[in-house]
Design a protein around this ligand. Structure first.
Ligand code: ATP
Length: 590
């Protein structure tokens, strides 16, 4: 197939912003495309060579692309640089450069060989895969070879594509529209291709099946281990009451973990991890790969969950940013795994040992999930309740926030509660908090207990149990577990510092519902800063003042490095002050 046909279609598509017109141009293009190359034509039109999840990217650096143009046209890089300033994109520069070359060389158009789609794709593929010594020169040569054969308009799109900047603005859904018009024009076909795309998001593959085998070919496409499924998403409603009503009075409520969505495919010898946008994450999370293999009891499974970093010392969930540097080199990833291990909280199973589970209702899927996964330190089930009691749900929500989650995801437990790949519907409804209580100031808290350290902190404390002072009741009420902000020296010194204050049981002036490993006489005061103050069903600070059965907690607390030896425990921050801070600093976050 001639590449010119594609280039001319792109040019027409670029001249419109109307989706319907774009669709018409695509339909025309597909009519002109032989079935053997339809997949390639589709990938190229998307500006790539394969579906994204395969992780093979075109993206030749601008400098190299320029050298390719120079090689093909003889125009100096400096001149190209000036042209780039004028035209703004290298594709247009290439178009002009080829035009110039054609004006200045004696060129017989009769003899001209046509550039084919196959040739363009082949060279692009070689460019994408070239690596090692000499690969830069090879890439330049491969591009120059195409440009030598290209007409000006072809050169424009070749260069844009090779740079990874084609950007025609065609959504996948538009391609689906065009495919179903080109190959059938029935409503049935349109919804079939979309459903298929949701469980097997490879447009090239679907198009080829459709072109070669018709509708039956598409019906044959099933969920396949190793190929990501488009994620099911959640709708949103403003209150728990509305959510409960929408769900028919009863539903499952799960923690909405604030991490990274991970879809894990576990096979006999291989594991694949995909992000919500279907990028391949396998190499970034080797720890999750191992953990999933260990926890899974079946042969082949596809799981949906959220990966969240945890504080190894306190076991508390951390903000996801701490693992964002997992995109680095192997060594950095190993280090990150050690410092910030992640826990994968599984909330769904999509496929098991050859069976597609998407059409089973959620309660059944959850049962299967619990049957085939043996929870470990690193793989757990999403925490949840099934309830119709608004008070209980609200308390669960507060607990979720205190535990470092964003809120809750309500899930329908009705017969219709299938796994709707790629859809945002009311089978899942998210409920996030609409305010945030930022801590503008530090607080001085009293150490009332401690938790034994694990791993690197073996022999010392993993975290201290901290309390505020309530002068009316003359007692110390717990507000957080403090494990961050200490230097290694300070940590090593902690057990000695508290040795003389150790007591067998909780001090009578301490009100705690947490069971610490060690209890102390309340005496030492530390300065602490946190991200925010949240409502807490666990901690006793200001219990029942703002909400019945609920106290206040400090989220993500950190030691500032200041021991407040100048303060007696009764001079620590009071529960009343914390209530004031909580009330004064509420900020809307939606
Ligand atoms: P948001 O920014 O609110 O997370 P979003 O557009 O990323 O929105 P939504 O569909 O609105 O995604 O919310 C669902 C997201 O919440 C999922 O993609 C997943 O990453 C995350 N999540 C955390 N815990 C759960 C859970 N228990 N069940 C489903 N999704 C969960």
């Amino acid at each position: 197939m001639e590449y010119k046909i594609i280039a001319e279609t792109y040019s027409k598509i670029e001249s419109t912003t109307k989706r319907l017109e774009m669709t018409d141009y695509l339909v025309e293009l597909f009519h002109n495309t032989p079935e053997d190359v339809i997949d390639k034509v589709i990938y190229l039109t998307q500006g790539k060579l394969y579906p994204d999840y395969m992780g093979i990217e075109l993206g030749l650096a601008e400098k190299l692309a320029m050298r390719g143009i120079t090689k093909a046209t003889g125009i100096k890089e400096k001149t190209l640089g000036e042209m780039l300033k004028k035209y703004g994109d290298l594709g247009s520069v290439a178009e002009e450069a080829i035009k110039k070359k054609r004006q200045t060389t004696l060129f017989s158009f009769e003899e001209e060989k046509n550039l084919t789609v196959e040739k363009v794709y082949e060279n692009f593929e070689k460019i994408a895969k070239a690596e090692g010594p000499g690969s830069q020169d090879r890439k330049i040569q491969l591009l120059a070879e195409l440009l030598n054969l290209a007409k000006p308009i072809e050169a424009k799109y070749i260069v844009r594509t090779v740079e990874g900047k084609l950007r025609l603005g065609i959504a996948d859904m538009t391609i689906l529209d065009a495919l179903s018009i080109a190959y059938g024009r029935t409503k049935e076909l349109r919804s079939l291709v979309e459903r298929t795309y949701n469980i097997h998001p490879d447009l090239g593959y679907i198009a080829k099946k459709l072109a070669k085998e018709g509708i039956d070919g598409v019906k044959d496409i099933k969920i396949e281990l190793g190929i990501p499924i488009r994620a099911m998403l959640a709708e949103r409603l403003p209150s728990l009451e509305e959510i409960l009503a929408k769900m028919g009075g009863k539903a499952a409520f799960e923690y909405k973990y604030d991490g990274m969505r991970i879809q894990g495919h576990v096979g006999k010898d291989k594991v694949w991890l995909y992000s919500r946008r279907l990028e391949n994450l396998t190499s970034q999370f080797p720890d999750v790969v191992e953990a999933l293999k260990e926890a899974f009891q079946g042969k082949e499974g596809i799981f949906d969950g959220e990966a969240v970093p945890v504080d190894i010392h306190t076991g508390e969930l951390l903000p996801f940013q701490v693992v964002s540097h997992r995109r680095g080199r192997k060594y950095e990833i190993e280090k990150a795994i050690e410092d910030y291990p992640v826990v994968l909280f599984l909330f769904d199973i999509i496929y098991l040992d050859g069976e597609d589970l998407t059409s089973k209702p959620y309660p059944e899927r959850r049962k299967i999930l619990e049957r085939v996964i043996n929870p470990t330190e690193r793989v757990k089930f999403a925490h949840r309740i099934v309830s119709s009691d608004i008070g209980e749900i609200r308390e669960f929500f507060n607990k979720a926030i205190e535990d470092g989650c964003e809120g809750l995801v309500a899930k329908s437990i009705g017969k219709e509660s299938i796994y709707r790949a790629g859809a945002r519907e009311f089978l899942w409804i998210k409920y996030k908090r609409d305010y945030k209580v930022e801590m503008g100031d530090t607080v001085d808290l009293v150490v009332v207990g401690a938790f034994a350290g694990k791993g690197k902190r073996k022999g010392t404390y993993g975290a201290l149990l901290m309390a505020a002072y309530n002068p009316e009741k003359d007692r110390f009420e717990t507000v957080c577990k403090l494990g961050s902000g200490f230097t290694d020296e300070q940590l090593a010194y902690l057990p000695r510092k508290f040795e003389d204050l150790k007591i067998e049981n909780k001090h009578p002036r301490v009100w705690s519902e947490m069971e610490a490993d060690y209890w102390f006489v309340p005496k030492v005061v530390l300065e602490v800063i946190g991200a925010e103050i949240t409502l807490s069903p666990t901690h006793t600070c200001a219990r029942d003042v703002i909400e019945k059965g609920t106290g206040l907690a400090i989220r993500f607390p950190r030691f500032t490095g200041r021991w407040r030896d100048d303060k007696s425990p009764e001079e620590a921050t009071t529960t009343k002050e914390l209530i004031e801070m909580y009330k004064n600093q509420i900020k809307k976050i939606r």
